[in-house]
Design a protein around this ligand. Sequence first.
Ligand code: FES
Ligand code: MG
Length: 611
Amino acid sequence: PINPDYDLTKPIPPDANGLRQSLTSYGDAHFSLFLRKVFIKALGYSEDALSRPIIGIVNTYSSFNPCHANIPQLIDAVKRGVQLNGGLAIDFPTISIHESFSSPTSMYLRNLMSMDTEEMIAAQPCDAVVLIGGCDKTTPAQLMGGLSANKPILHLVTGPMMPGSHKGVRIGACTDCRNNWAAYRAGTIDIEDISAINDELAPTAGTCGVMGTASTMACTLVGLGLMPFAGATAPAVSSSRLRIAEATGANAVAAFQKDIRPQGLLTQESFENAITVLQAIGGSTNAIVHLMAIVGRHWDSELVRNIDLKKVDEIGCKTPLLVDLKPSGDNYMTDFHNSGGMLALLRELKHLLHLDAKTISGRTLGEEMDNTRFIEVPRSPNVIRPYDDPLYPASSLVVLRGNLAPGGAIMKASASKWKNLLSHSGPAVVFSGSADMAKRLDDPDLDVTENSVLVLQNIGPVGNPGMPEAGMIPIPRKLASRGVLDMLRISDGRMSGTAGGSIVLHISPEAADPNSALGIIRDGDIITCDVNNRILRVELSDEEMSRRISQRREAVENSRDPKTIGAQPSWVRREKMRGYRGLYMRNVLQAQRGADFDFLTADGPGSSLDL
Ligand code: FES
Ligand code: MG
């Protein structure tokens, strides 16, 4: 087959490629193509090679990114799959984001990566694209960009790392990073042990080996129909991972030939399946923010209206938590893989899924399940629980609302350590931001008991750009050393998918918003969290709340005086900020809309819909 991009005898087809070609043409479109052939031939490609379907491979390798360390090998394997099936594989870079090396937070860079991905897919003459990624923000950024660019996209994740070992106990990033650090803080582990543990927590290449955000997003991609079942769980360092990569290359050629594009492939049913998976795996709370951002890129406005936080909660109510992995349970991703992985899980969930939803192979999810070889694994250890013997009966992730969170808030109820806190009222101990918390949390004079509710303000999208994963407020040292393992903690920030506790996150609107309720909470206000009734409330009268809000708004307005510049809140300062930070601060949406940029959503100004 002749790639229309390189056929000089025919008019340029009026698809996305054609549009981009005319935008970049040097006077006339055929001359533009002629020039492109001049330059691509400088790389040594023959006419024969250039006549094949061109499969782009997005390379997010970086020496700062251990989660992506196996990418060079994966690219080789994808190329093999493409070229054995008559395509031409061409890899190209986009930015690389690792959780630990993305100051101020990786989330701050997710939208930038989605823009990079979208524009490079759209700009270059690829017929289909394999998106290789894995670390937390990468897969969502790639799907957001790929969905907006709307060329055939195939996800290939780098895969989970293996667990390590300390004194005969298995450990793995990053639930055990937190548990062991908390034990060290409480004085139950000494400095020698904690250093030895540091060597073992991430013993191989690959993504965090528990049900953190990376694993959650990988499983969610299977639910969406964008990746084969084993693609979510095969270890990063396994030969299976390489065979999956080769198959992804082959599938990419087929997806181009069948013209399977994500805007058509992803339906309301696909998103409902993804949410069912998310609830059944006890997935990361971050995945909810990412899913909302992905949905916001969809061109079907009815779908966008229907897949919202309410839907996440509704599906949760009928979905049991079946996968026993840290942080909700005890095991690691390799155990999940060895127990049958996503195929075994989907078989348990069969009657909750839309089996007729299409997948990237062109077949339905049900057909894929019937046609994929399944080897029954004895249920021991009990990593994938049977439907009627769940780890947690339903609603591992819940959506709370109330006067404190009119736009919603999220809680991973299944990861609560002391379940009595799921229905709790207590006096607030308020920290105005991360710095304030760091200063006072461990002060022996801090007025706090285990019944207090720890409130952390100003770690939302605008307040602390990127919504840092600071929502798992540590237990004050004086309580931790007395054996207090959990407290009710609330914030507008996020929490790592590998963390646990009775923690309310993503409160919207965020505290930095001068109209928010979270921003006016004071020490001693009584806060109520009632998971059964899905309520998050502060026990203040409406009048008192309005009085405090207008007082605060006045202070924000007064701070516009240039003389007070040092004291201006982020909400005001953002108007004058330069560069990406200014772009981020002025355009980021609240958590319930995925913290995407307003101009990137499908209904935003300058969207793909307007092209
Ligand atoms: Fe990359 Fe956890 S740090 S997946
Ligand atoms: Mg993480």
